[in-house]
Write a protein that binds this ligand. Structure first.
Ligand SMILES: Cc1cc2nc3c(=O)[nH]c(=O)nc-3n(C[C@H](O)[C@H](O)[C@H](O)COP(=O)(O)OP(=O)(O)OC[C@H]3O[C@@H](n4cnc5c(N)ncnc54)[C@H](O)[C@@H]3O)c2cc1C
Length: 862
C-alpha cells in the first residue's frame, strides 16, 4: 500500500528531514583531519550503501555523505553563530547535489537554513546556495508546518570557501560559514542554534540528479533521491583550540594530483554461527515474509524437517523484536511498532533503517514477516475474477476455495479492529460516503462479498486480531514453532543455491548481523527441496545468483564479486526471470473538505494522545488499533479500456495531504489500476548485486485511458458533496489531462508505485525454456529444475483487484498442497532418462553415475 505523503518529484526540492523534539541521530561520528587544510573536524558520516525505496527517504546514500564541523572553544559556553565546515558529497554518476541543513533542537525542513552545493562541471568549482523552506503556518510556530519548496535565503549568512576538490565520484568543500547558526531571514522570526546547550540537530540530503543549470547557484533542482537523515552535533567534540588560526585561512588551491576519499568508518566484520555440518533438511524455505511463513508451517505439518531462513531481524515482540519509540511509552509492554496497527506508517517516517531492504531501489520489508510486518495490514479475500482471469487451470477460483477457507479460518481479519467494536477517526469516511450514497454506489462488507468490486465501497478490513497486527506471524509461525521438525534462522541471508544440473544440493548462507548463520546448508540428498519466498525482488536476485535467468542478467552476476563462486555458464538455465514485473499503477488525487480532520499519526510514534495511548495499552481500543492514516473508504469500480479489456480499479482513501498539500482538511484518494492492466516492466541486478526497476511497469495507453475514465467518474461522484474541493485534479482538468501532468518515468516512480510488486517469476504453462513467459510451472516448480520452487508475489501473472498479501498467503496454502502432492525425486539407475525437453522428473542419478546431455531432447544417467 502506498502511504508516503510526499510527491516523488517536486521541482525546487523537498529536503525532508524528520522534525522531532531533538533531532534523531543516524550518523556515525568521528574526528577527521582534512589533509589539504589540516583542519580537524567533528564528523557525522552517513553510510555508503544502496539506497532504499525511491531514495528520497533512504538512510543510506550511494557514495555516502560526510559533514564536519569545527567550533571555537568559547562556543561551549556562549552561543556562537559561525563555524568551519567540511562537506564531502557524492556524485556517483558524476551528477548530483548535496544539502546541509542547520537545525536547532530538531532538524525539520521548515525555517532552517540549508546550504545546497554541487560541482559546477568546471574543474574543482563548487556552487553553493543558501535556501530555506518557509514556514507554512504562523511564523513563530512551525510545529504543524508542512514541507514547502525551498526558496533563496535572504538572511545574513555568508560562506567563504577555503578548499574545494572534485573527483569522479565525490567532491570536497572546506568553508567558513559566518552567521550560519542563526536564522535571520527578514521575512521570518529569528532564532539560533544554541551551541552553549551542548548539542544541536543537523540534517542532510543528497540527489544523484544535477541541478537544472549547474553553473548557476540559484538553479532549480529536483527532489533528493540519494538519501536523507538527521544527526546531532556534540559541541564539546567540535570545539578546537586551533579554531582562530583556521578561521583566518584563505582559499587553498587544490593540489593538482590530489584525490579525496571520504573518511571511512571501520566496518567490523559480522560474525556468524557456523551452520551444522551433519544436518540436512527436507525443505528449506528462503524468506520469512507473507508467503514464506505460511508455506514453512504447512510443509512442517507432515513431520518433514523444515528450515525457514530470514535475513532480517525479529520484528514483532512475540519473536524477540525490540524496535520501540525512543520516548519509552512501549517499554515494558510486549509490543514493538510492528505490532501496533496505528504505528504502521513508521516505515515512511524515520523507521526504515534496519527494516527496509537495502538491496533494492524500492520499498520492501527485510525483517521477519517481510511486507506483512511493515504494511498497513489491509487484508482481502480475493475477488474470484483475480484467479479466473490471471491464472491457468489448477489456480482458478474454484481450485483456490479450499486454501482460501483455510487461510480465512486462521486469519479472518476485521473491519472493526478496536476491541470495543467501534470505529474511530471516521471523518474522512463519513464525508465521502455521502457522495457515494447519492451516486448509488453500494456499501458492502468487502470480505463477505469479494466479487462485488464495481461501484462498491467498504470499511477497510485488516488482518489484525486482538487489536494487534496479527497475520502470519501471529498464526502460522506460532504453530510451526511448536514443532520439533521446524527451525527458524533469523539474520541470515541465503546467497545462492548450489545445484548439479537442475537439482539443488545445498545453499550458501551468510550472517547479516552478528549471530546469523554462516556456511553451507545441505538439502536431504535426492529428496530435499528448496522454496524461494524472498519476495518480488529477493527471489529473482537469488535465481540470478544461482545461474537461473536471462543471459544478460547472469552475465552481470558473472562479472560481479560472485564471479568465482557462480555456477559454470554451461549449467545456466535460461528463463525470463524479472521480466514480468508488475505493480498497481498508483495515481494520487487530493480533495479537501471542512469536515475532514487530521489525526497526527507521526506524532503518535513518540507522543501519542494520552487517552489513546492508555486505551490502547489497557484495552486495545481506540484509533491506534486502526492502521494509519485513517484509511477508508475503500472504493472499487470496473472500467473497460479502449482495447475492450475491463480493468479493475481500487480507490484507497486516507486522511492525509499529499502532492505538496498540507495535512488538515485534506484527503488523498489513491487510484490503483489492478486486474486487466497490460503494462509490464522488468527488474534487473547490477554489478553490486542490488536489484532495481530497470523498466517501470506502467504506461500502456489503454491502461492510462481506463485510469483517466476512473478519475473522471470519481470526480463526478464526489462532486455532489457540498463544500468539497478537488485540489488535484483541479476543477478545469479532465482525468486524461491530469494524468499528463504526472510523469511516468523512473524519477517519479516513488509517487506512481503502490509497493505491490509482483510477477518477476511468473507462473504459467508457457515455459520460458521454450520462449514462453513463465518461470515456474503450475506446481510452482522452476522450469528446468527438479526441486526448486517459487512461492511468493513473484509468481503472479497479473495484478489483483486489491492489495495482495491476503492472496499471497492463500497461494502459499495452495502451493504447499501441490508441492507435497508431487512425487519425491528418486535416484535413477544407469541409462535412465534424467533430462531433456519437456522432461519434468528427477535429475538425480545413483552414485557413481551423473546426468549427461545426449541431445537437446535427452539426458541420461551415465
Ligand atoms: C510499505 C508497504 C505497505 C504495504 N501495504 C499492504 C497492505 O496494507 N496490504 C497488503 O495486502 N499488501 C500490502 N503491501 C504489499 C505486501 O506486503 C507484499 O505484497 C507482500 O508482503 C509480499 O509477500 P512476499 O512473501 O512475496 O514477500 P515479502 O513479504 O516481502 O517477504 C520476503 C522476505 O524474504 C526475505 N529475504 C529476501 N531475500 C532473502 C535472502 N536472500 N535470504 C533470506 N531472506 C531473504 C525478506 O527479508 C522478507 O522478509 C505493502 C507493502 C509495503 C512495502
Amino acid at each position: 500500500m502506498k502511504l508516503s505523503s510526499f510527491a516523488g518529484r517536486v521541482f525546487g526540492s523537498v529536503l525532508y528531514v524528520a522534525s522531532t523534539a531533538l533531532a534523531q541521530d543516524f550518523a556515525t561520528h568521528g574526528m577527521y583531519t582534512e589533509p589539504n587544510t589540516r583542519i580537524t573536524f567533528y564528523t557525522s558520516y552517513q553510510q555508503d550503501g544502496p539506497i532504499t525505496g525511491g531514495g528520497e527517504f533512504s538512510m543510506t546514500s550511494v557514495g555516502g555523505f560526510t559533514f564536519g564541523m569545527a567550533l571555537p572553544p568559547s562556543a561551549a559556553t556562549t552561543d556562537y553563530y559561525d563555524y568551519i565546515g567540511l562537506v564531502i558529497g557524492s556524485t556517483p554518476n558524476k551528477k548530483g547535489w548535496t544539502g546541509v541543513l542547520h537545525g536547532d533542537q530538531g532538524a525539520g525542513m521548515p525555517n532552517h537554513l540549508m546550504i545546497l552545493a554541487w560541482p559546477t562541471g568546471n574543474g574543482n568549482e563548487i556552487a553553493t546556495s543558501f535556501r530555506y523552506s518557509p514556514c507554512f503556518c504562523a511564523k513563530t510556530n512551525c510545529t504543524n508546518s508542512s514541507y514547502q519548496l525551498p526558496v533563496i535565503y535572504q538572511g545574513s549568512a555568508k560562506l567563504t570557501k577555503i578548499y574545494t576538490n572534485v573527483n569522479d565520484t565525490h567532491w570536497t568543500m572546506v568553508y567558513k560559514c559566518s552567521r550560519c547558526l542563526i536564522f535571520d531571514d527578514p521575512s521570518q522570526s529569528e532564532f539560533n542554534a544554541s551551541t552553549s546547550a551542548g548539542q544541536f540537530g543537523a540534517g542532510w540530503a543528497q540527489s544523484v540528479t544535477s541541478p537544472v543549470n549547474p553553473p548557476d547557484p540559484n538553479s532549480d533542482f529536483s527532489q533528493h533521491d540519494n538519501g536523507q537523515g538527521s544527526y546531532r552535533i556534540i559541541v564539546s567534540s567540535a570545539t578546537q583550540e586551533s579554531y582562530s588560526k583556521w578561521e583566518s585561512m584563505t582559499a587553498t588551491a587544490a593540489p593538482p594530483s590530489s584525490t579525496t576519499t571520504p573518511p571511512t568508518t571501520t566496518t567490523l566484520p559480522v560474525s556468524g554461527v557456523p551452520v551444522p555440518t551433519q544436518t540436512s533438511y527436507d525443505y528449506v524455505v528462503i524468506g520469512g515474509g507473507a508467503a514464506g511463513i505460511p508455506i514453512a508451517d504447512k510443509l512442517s505439518e507432515s513431520g518433514k524437517s523444515v528450515l525457514l531462513i530470514e535475513k532480517g531481524v525479529a520484528s514483532s515482540a512475540r519473536w524477540g523484536g525490540t524496535y520501540r519509540p525512543e520516548s519509552g511509552w512501549l517499554d515494558g509492554h510486549n509490543l514493538t511498532w510492528f505490532d501496533i496497527p496505528g504505528e504502521c506508517n513508521r516505515i515512511w517516517n524515520g523507521g526504515s533503517a534496519g527494516v527496509a531492504c537495502t538491496d533494492t531501489d524500492q520499498m520492501a520489508g527485510c525483517v521477519l514477516g517481510g511486507g506483512a510486518a511493515v504494511n498497513a495490514g489491509l487484508w482481502w479475500k480475493a475477488n474470484p475474477s483475480d484467479w479466473d482471469y490471471n491464472f491457468p487451470a489448477g489456480w482458478k477460483a474454484r481450485d483456490m476455495q479450499g486454501a482460501t477457507d483455510r487461510v480465512f479460518s486462521r486469519i479472518p481479519g476485521t473491519d472493526h479492529p478496536s476491541l470495543d467494536g467501534k470505529l474511530y477517526v471516521q471523518s474522512g469516511f463519513d464525508t465521502l460516503r455521502t457522495g457515494l450514497e447519492k451516486a448509488k454506489w453500494k456499501s458492502v462488507t468487502a470480505n463477505n462479498v469479494p466479487g462485488e468490486k464495481n461501484r462498491t465501497y467498504a470499511h477497510t478490513p485488516y488482518m489484525s486480531a486482538n487489536g494487534e497486527r496479527g497475520g502470519p506471524m501471529a498464526t502460522y509461525l506460532v504453530t510451526a514453532s511448536k514443532r520439533k521438525n521446524f527451525q527458524l534462522w533469523l539474520n541470515t541471508s541465503v546467497e545462492r543455491i548450489n545445484r548439479v544440473g537442475g537439482h539443488a544440493v545445498n545453499l550458501d548462507v551468510s550472517p547479516t548481523i552478528n549471530g546469523g548463520r554462516v556456511g553451507t546448508v545441505k538439502l536431504t540428498p535426492v529428496t530435499g527441496r528448496v522454496i524461494l519466498a524472498a519476495g518480488a525482488f529477493g527471489t529473482p536476485k537469488l535465481l540470478f545468483r544461482s545461474g537461473i535467468g536471462p543471459k544478460d542478467m547472469l552475465d552481470v552476476v558473472a562479472s560481479s564479486s560472485d564471479s568465482k563462486v557462480m555456477i559454470n555458464s554451461a549449467s545456466w538455465i535460461n528463463l525470463p526471470v524479472g521480466q514480468g514485473l508488475n505493480d498497481h499503477l498508483n495515481t494520487d488525487t487530493v480533495i479537501s473538505h471542512p469536515n475532514v480532520s487530521y489525526y497526527d499519526w507521526v506524532e503518535a510514534w513518540n507522543t501519542p494522545i494520552e487517552q489513546d495511548k492508555v486505551n490502547y495499552l489497557t484495552k486495545r481500543i481506540g484509533p491506534l488499533t486502526q492502521a494509519a492514516p485513517n484509511i477508508g473508504p475503500m472504493m472499487w469500480e470496473e472500467i473497460k479500456g479502449p482495447d475492450g479489456i475491463v480493468r479493475q480499479f481500487q480507490w484507497t482513501s486516507r486522511v492525509e495531504g499529499s502532492m505538496g498539500e498540507p495535512n488538515g482538511n485534506t484527503m488523498t484518494l489513491s487510484l490503483y489500476l489492478g486486474r486487466g492492466s497490460v503494462s509490464r516492466g522488468r527488474t534487473s541486478i547490477n554489478k553490486g548485486l542490488n536489484m532495481l526497476v530497470s523498466t517501470i511497469p506502467y504506461g500502456d495507453p489503454n491502461d492510462l485511458a481506463a485510469a483517466a475514465a476512473a478519475i473522471d467518474s470519481m470526480v463526478k461522484t464526489l462532486n455532489t458533496i457540498p463544500n468539497i474541493t478537488w485540489v488535484h485534479p483541479t476543477a478545469n482538468l479532465t482525468g486524461a489531462e491530469y494524468l499528463k501532468t504526472l510523469p511516468l518515468d523512473y524519477a517519479n516512480v516513488g509517487s506512481r508505485r503502490s509497493n505491490h510488486w509482483m510477477g518477476t517469476a511468473k507462473l504459467g504453462t508457457d515455459s520460458g525454456l521454450k520462449g514462453g513467459t513463465s518461470v515456474v510451472d503450475t506446481n510452482t516448480k522452476v522450469y528446468g529444475t527438479d526441486n526448486i520452487f517459487v512461492v511468493d508475489a513473484s509468481i503472479w501473472p497479473g495484478m489483483p483487484s486489491t492489495n495482495p498479501s491476503g492472496l499471497i498467503v492463500v497461494a502459499a496454502e495452495h502451493a504447499a498442497e501441490l508441492i507435497q502432492r508431487l512425487p519425491l525425486n528418486t535416484a535413477l539407475p544407469k541409462g535412465a532418462k534424467c533430462g531433456g525437453a519437456d522432461y519434468g522428473g528427477s535429475q538425480v542419478c545413483r552414485d557413481p553415475f551423473v546426468c549427461k546431455v545426449v541431445s537437446k531432447s535427452l539426458s541420461t544417467c551415465a
